[in-house]
Design a protein around this ligand. Structure first.
Ligand SMILES: C[S@@+](CC[C@H](N)C(=O)[O-])C[C@H]1O[C@@H](n2cnc3c(N)ncnc32)[C@H](O)[C@@H]1O
Length: 419
């Protein structure tokens, strides 16, 4: 694939995320080169777009979205790749034709040549603003500044790092040391992670079909922080377990693994396509669960089910703890999403807790780092629900520059007997 084709296709993906608000997963194919450029551009978009803006005489809103996305994508290549800037500019000029905007070629050429010359001065000015310097949305930078003043810069800088690829070993079928040795035999360097019993962190990412034991379901790919969910909930053989927001099934598989497969597990999600991915995951793991497409906002959704001994509620959330893996989140989330998620989380939490057996455990989980989706939701629910109690102190895993895990929040709750 030529440099122009890769740049064009990456710019096409960027325009769909930045201007049409589609998720990167939806719009990106499997080409590693296009993915790397598009995801890199999205990672730094909120620093690069203001830099481009500085060179415009008219606001960028008046420009064709495809041309704007091309400028930002080319700027990413100029600043963050080893490619010669002149070659990037030439490829961008050629890309205007492929993007159906040949009349913009002179403008793109002139603007990017100025960008190459003037970038150091531009960044020296605009980087004074932390939202620009760290390329994160202003509302998020401000929320973190209010809630986590000390950690703010570390979390923001960490959001621009590449996350490690981490494996989960099915400890009922292999020890971590055995899985590590199997990796080493294939030239794949990996290390266990203290405090995470089933985790093996790879030195560099590899394709899953190169992983020994992946096809057989002995290892899966899952962030170590996500592996804490099944560890904290600790379902035991014979229990009735609900995985309330299960798709794509990463934690469903782990719940079955920690209980040796001997639980009655109901995996629920309201998205049929995503439930299909749970089924595919379980097939690879050779594990069984009942799958149901249900909308858990409905208080009657689980009416036919006997109470559960364990419930994992991995609630839909802003995903602000996994920005390093999904940089498009920076462009897709808005401040107003947080109270909207909080209302949804509260409703689903209430409906799930209603189906918890007295003395049972419910783990409320999010991959958010914002109190509005974590402590606030749980504290208000506890205040309003006489039979709900905390069963342990909440756990917050912070993402950051030196963080071995993504950002997760875990709150373990229980239910008292009726009075
Ligand atoms: C954070 S993801 C779950 C990830 C999953 N537990 C895993 O580890 O792979 C949240 C899930 O909640 C589902 N969801 C959102 N709203 C829902 C609702 N009203 N009822 C049921 N599921 C819902 C989404 O489709 C999404 O799959």
């Amino acid at each position: 694939m030529s440099g122009t084709t890769v740049l064009t296709d990456a710019a096409r993906a960027v325009v769909r995320v930045a201007h049409e608000r589609r998720s990167a997963d939806d719009v990106l194919g499997s080409s590693a080169a296009i993915r790397a450029i598009a995801l890199g551009t999205l990672r730094w978009y909120l620093r690069l777009a203001p830099a481009i803006e500085r060179l415009l005489t008219r606001p960028s809103a008046q420009m064709a979205p495809a041309v704007h996305a091309l400028l930002v994508t080319a700027a990413h290549q100029i600043v963050y790749s080893r490619n010669a800037p002149e070659g990037v500019v030439d490829a961008a000029v050629d890309a205007t034709r492929a993007l159906g905007a040949p009349r913009a070629s002179g403008f793109v050429n002139a603007l990017l040549r100025r960008f190459v010359r003037e970038q150091a001065g531009i960044f020296a000015t605009i980087d004074a603003d932390p939202a620009v310097r760290y390329a994160h949305p202003r509302w998020f930078v401000e929320a973190l500044g209010r809630e986590q003043r000390e950690r703010r810069d570390d979390i923001l800088a960490g959001g621009n790092e590449r996350a490690p690829m981490t494996l989960r070993v099915d400890l009922s079928r292999s020890s971590v040391a055995q899985a590590q040795a199997a990796c080493a035999a294939r030239g794949i360097a990996a290390q266990p992670l203290a405090g995470y019993a089933s985790a093996l962190v790879l030195a560099s990412p590899v394709a899953v079909d190169e992983l020994p034991g992946f096809a057989e379901g002995i290892v899966s790919v899952q962030d170590a922080g996500a592996q804490l969910a099944a560890t904290l909930l600790a379902p035991r053989a014979g229990m009735r377990v609900l995985d309330a927001c299960a798709a794509p099934g990463g934690k469903t598989g782990h719940l079955l693994e920690v209980a040796g497969g001997e639980i009655d597990l109901l995996a629920v999600d309201d998205d049929a396509d995503r439930l299909g991915r749970v089924a595919a995951n379980l097939e690879r793991l050779k594990r069984h669960a009942r799958l149901a497409r249900l909308d858990l906002r409905d208080p009657g959704a689980l009416a036919g089910e006997a109470p559960f001994d364990r419930i994992l509620l991995d609630a839909p959330c802003s995903a602000t703890g996994v920005i390093r893996r999904h940089p498009d989140i920076k462009l897709l989330r808005r401040a107003a999403d947080i109270p909207a998620f909080a209302r949804l989380q509260r409703t689903i939490l209430q409906n799930c807790h209603a189906r918890l057996a007295p003395g049972g455990l419910l783990l409320y989980a999010t991959c958010s780092v914002l109190a509005g989706e974590n402590a606030t939701v749980v504290d208000r629910f506890l205040a309003d629900t006489p039979r709900a109690r905390r069963a342990a102190d909440p756990v917050q895993l912070w993402p950051g520059l030196r963080a071995p895990t993504d950002g997760f929040h875990y709150a373990l709750l229980t239910k008292t007997d009726p009075t």
